[in-house]
Design a binder for this molecule. Structure first.
Ligand code: HEM
Length: 447
């Protein structure tokens, strides 16, 4: 029976649109990073940006499909002159910044901060803006409003930007449909994509509301700054598409076997159809149907992972009701991936040197318990399953050519060896996306 929607009064008119609202499909967008060299100019920037930002009311209204969101790093809050006791009230990973957490996150070797694209890994990243829209025209309209915030404002500089998009097929660079699975958030009015999953408490994603433990999540002080805010993780993840295709080919005896191996690695066929609902072959109609393509659990139908391997990307990232050590619901996240760069044409097996990949965005109230736990324990340690699986995530794990991937099957499981890294971190940062009242408070600081 579908779970009942419990009503929690969320202050949707104070919560930023980008935190909760599902993205249109397809879309075009841009991420912009700014540096504040002058405290007063920084406050002026925030003051001018506020009218360009949208709130989270009317989630289903198509006229609300283009928006700009703003978020700040710890260094950005410092640059605005936020008082020390308030700075100290933010969570430790946020205060340290992503670069300090690199080893824990598996950002080593080629993915290490010493190889990151600048300005990532420096103290220059202060403010992030993300703008997106169903088309280039409306993107330009919302961007023009945001530009009024920082153009002709000495003391504030644009230091980086990245154009991104979701294709009409919604496929990411490896060729799989993305943007399918989203949790329902109590009180948001936005349905989740799996009616078999009980909506998550708003406090898992927003400050100032009870979370899954029936507690208020630790919130930055003062309340006006913390309430309705959320942490954001941004990671620019380069995808080695040719290497991925070569690996599938080298480990398969036919094109059909190649397709199946890709599906075992992802947990879904390229169309988005889940193995859980069509184990033997792709079903593009199912993949395209948002009412059906995420309606499944694992515990009763596939406890050992004979259909969807426990080590596949989607089952690791969201084990749903499967038996794991721990409690999957406290490690859920709102995840928004945007593609950047051109697609590698179908069938090409040689790298063309182009930069392409995923601009990964996480939204959640706890960096430690949600993003960092999943990235370190479930992506890179893989020790959470009952059973012998100790592989890293085959898609995004910090593999180095000695990685393995296990496909449970009878009479004996298949264990693939020699897994290289298909994804390389180009950089990233932790942000806090304040509510709109909090942004006004920041603009009015007098320190
Ligand atoms: C370039 C890197 C990545 C690629 C290509 C990728 C691709 C995908 C695809 C195709 C899906 C299935 C579509 C969907 O359910 O919406 C998916 C699901 C998901 N991914 Fe990733 N992903 C990447 C990185 C990450 C990272 C770094 C994390 C978290 C640390 C993550 C967490 C998730 C989660 C939570 C889901 C939903 C699982 C579910 O509920 O079934 N992904 N990813």
């Amino acid at each position: 029976m579908p779970p009942a929607e419990v009503s929690v009064a969320l202050e949707l008119d104070d919560i930023q649109s980008g935190a909760l609202r599902p993205r249109p499909s397809p879309y075009v967008g841009v991420f912009i990073l700014l540096r504040i060299d002058d405290r007063r100019a920084g406050r002026e920037l925030i003051r001018r940006l506020i009218p360009a930002l949208t709130d989270a009311t009317n989630p289903a209204d198509p006229s609300h499909q283009a928006w700009v969101s703003a978020a700040l790093t710890f260094q950005g809050l410092k640059a605005l002159g936020v008082p020390q006791d308030s700075l100290d009230s933010f969570s430790l990973p946020f205060r340290q910044g992503m670069v300090a957490r690199a080893a824990e996150l598996g950002d080593i070797g080629e993915s290490g901060p010493e190889n990151w694209e600048k300005p990532f890994g420096t103290e220059d990243v202060h403010v992030a803006l993300s703008a997106l829209s169903p088309d280039a025209e409306r993107l330009e309209l919302v961007l023009a409003r945001a530009r009024k915030g920082y153009e002709e404002l000495p003391g504030v500089s644009v230091i980086w930007h990245l154009d991104c998009h979701a294709l009409p097929t919604e496929k990411e660079a490896f060729g799989f449909k993305d943007g399918i699975s989203h949790p329902a958030v109590e009180g948001s009015g936005i349905p989740g994509s799996n009616p078999l999953e009980q909506p998550l408490k708003a406090g898992e994603f927003l400050m100032g509301y009870p979370n899954e433990m029936e507690e208020l999540p630790p919130m930055p002080r003062p309340e006006v700054l913390g309430k309705n805010g959320t942490y954001i993780v941004f990671r620019k993840l380069h995808q080695r598409v040719a290497a991925f295709r070569q690996y599938l080919k080298a480990n398969s005896s036919s094109p059909e076997a190649e397709e199946l191996l890709g599906a075992k690695i992802m947990g879904r066929w390229q169309s988005g159809a889940p193995l859980a609902l069509c184990p033997m072959r792709d079903d593009p109609e199912l993949g395209a149907d948002p009412k059906r393509n995420n309606v499944f659990l694992f515990k009763d139908d596939d406890p050992k992972g004979f259909i969807t391997p426990p080590g596949s990307h989607i089952r690791r990232m969201n084990p749903r009701d499967a038996d794991i050590s721990g409690f999957a619901r406290i490690h859920r996240m709102i995840r928004r991936g945007s593609s950047y760069g051109p697609m590698l044409p179908p069938g090409v097996l040689e790298d063309d040197g182009a930069e392409r990949g995923l601009a990964f965005v996480f939204v959640g109230a706890s960096l430690e318990r949600q993003f960092e736990f999943v990235q370190s324990d479930w992506v890179n340690k893989g020790r959470f399953f009952h059973g012998p699986v100790i592989d890293k995530d085959p898609i995004v794990g910090a593999n180095d050519g000695s990685g393995s991937f296990t496909i449970p099957q009878q009479p004996i499981r298949r264990r693939l060896q020699g897994l290289p890294a298909f994804v390389v971190t180009r950089g990233g940062e932790y942000f806090f996306a304040p509510g709109l009242r909090a942004l006004r408070w920041l603009a009015d600081l007098e320190t």
